[in-house]
Design a protein around this ligand. Structure first.
Ligand code: RTP
Ligand code: MG
Length: 141
């Protein structure tokens, strides 16, 4: 299986709950390495840019409003099958449907405030990583 990189965001609700460390622990236990990380309070323009793919969706304004409601923790995860593995750790988009033991089951309240983001495919992972980090800010190890 190929070593991949994926972009992960701990969203404002989970940062406010003070569970960054708990979430990092899940990544590390699953064999994913944090190779870059940064805390940032996104501007509206940044959040709209990051979620541009969803701009025609009915939930776009709520999503952007939520993502700028407080700081987020952004990280690049590296490991075998990292994109799918991270999505497995995250659980279903709607926490009510997320399997026991997943991050969204354990830390999320609603489909809007759903604790984490993870890239969904190799091409989006590449774009999303480049959105937040320069190449020399990634520390492969
Ligand atoms: P994410 O991008 O945050 O990792 O989540 P995802 O792939 O599981 O879900 P996606 O379809 O990409 O949607 C992005 C975020 O928009 C919010 N959403 N709200 N009200 C709704 O029907 C709805 N659908 C999606 C969620 O916060 C989701 O994480
Ligand atoms: Mg998505």
């Amino acid at each position: 299986m190929a070593v991949e990189r994926t972009l992960s965001i701990i969203k404002p609700d989970a940062v406010a709950k003070n569970v960054i460390g708990e979430i990092y622990n899940r990544f590390e236990k699953a064999g994913l390495k944090i190779v870059a990380a940064r805390m940032i309070h996104l501007s509206r323009e940044q959040a709209e840019g990051f979620y541009a793919v969803h701009k025609e969706r009915p939930f776009f304004n709520d999503l952007v409003g939520f993502m700028i409601s407080g700081p987020v923790m952004v990280q690049v995860l590296e490991g075998e099958n990292a994109i799918a593995k991270n999505r497995e750790i995250m659980g279903a988009t709607n926490p009510a449907e997320a399997a026991a033991g997943t991050l969204r089951h354990d830390y999320a309240e609603t489909i809007d405030a759903n604790a984490v983001h993870g890239s969904d495919a190799p091409e989006t992972a590449k774009q999303e990583i480049e959105f937040f980090f320069k190449a020399d800010e990634l520390c492969s190890r």
